[in-house]
Design a protein around this ligand. Structure first.
Ligand SMILES: [Zn+2]
Ligand SMILES: [Zn+2]
Length: 274
């Protein structure tokens, strides 16, 4: 019984996750997790309607049904596990007012801030790998961290997701983009954001958790809180890889993790094992 949360979980509504939402919760209980945060993808509010791919995020008309389903799960599993109402919300520069309107529609426990859209396109979609050679790995990393820092300071988000996402397909700058990284970490601190330690990267071509150890150590040193997640898109992925991410956390000096209720942080000591 680890008592860790899984704070990044999708549902079928996003078009690229599968399984009964109840089975995600059951899996969390099976793993002895303390909480599950349902955090499906916000509708692609920042793209023209015709370009909102239903395979990437839930449609606008599904939003209220998503909230209702999570609230029903919270009641159904009350006493067994805490089900939190969350959302994975894209940050897109220049579309802050639309984002604010979407976020007003739910009484969230936590809002994840994700930068998926960088320099005019997706940074992590299957077709994105080709962008790195064409547009320059250094340039894309710098722009990604610039946007992540802006997201962190925006006040919209409780947790920054997959902190070093541009590495997903294995593209790395010749040397770490330290100035850009430092600025994003400082912004997380100033914006009172936590950072997720996500096992999802271990399932991707890069085969490394987000964030990598070097960055996680810097995040911890800066006093930025952390939490745990899997970015599950299937029930079997809930709590997946937590033995590895817990060990990573310990190696990087993490002593506490945070959970959220009505967007308030609660601090807990890191457990000894999963
Ligand atoms: Zn997804
Ligand atoms: Zn996700």
């Amino acid at each position: 019984m680890s008592g860790l949360p899984d704070y990044h979980v999708h549902t079928y509504r996003c078009g690229h996750a599968g399984g009964d939402s109840r089975d995600f919760v059951r899996k969390a209980i099976e793993h002895g997790l303390s909480e599950i945060g349902m955090t499906d993808h916000i509708p692609l509010y920042f793209l023209p309607v015709a370009e909102r791919d239903p395979k990437l995020a839930m449609k606008e008309e599904e939003f209220d049904g998503y909230i209702a389903e999570v609230l029903a799960l919270r009641e159904e599993f009350r006493g067994s596990i805490a089900v939190r109402l969350g959302l994975e919300a894209d940050y897109r520069e220049g579309h802050e007012e639309e984002l604010a309107r979407w976020l007003e529609r739910g009484d969230w426990d936590l809002v994840l801030g994700s930068v998926h859209w960088v320099a005019g396109g997706w940074i992590d979609a299957p077709g994105s790998a080709a962008r790195f050679e064409k547009e320059g790995t250094e340039r894309l990393y710098d722009e990604y961290y610039r946007l992540l820092a802006k997201a962190a300071r925006s006040g919209f988000f409780d947790v920054l997701t997959h902190f070093d996402l541009p590495k997903k397909f294995g593209h790395r700058p010749a040397a770490p983009r330290e100035a850009a990284e430092r600025e994003a970490i400082a912004a997380a601190k100033e914006g009172h954001c936590a950072v997720e330690i996500s096992s999802a990267g271990l399932r991707k071509p890069v085969a490394e958790a987000y964030p990598q150890a070097r960055l996680l150590s810097a995040i911890v040193s800066a006093g930025v809180p952390v939490t745990f997640s899997s970015d599950a898109h299937a029930p079997a992925e809930v709590g997946w890889g937590y033995d590895k991410t817990l060990a990573l956390a310990r190696d990087c000096g993490v002593e506490q993790f945070v959970t959220f209720e009505s967007r308030r942080k609660l601090f807990h000591p890191l457990p000894a094992s999963v």
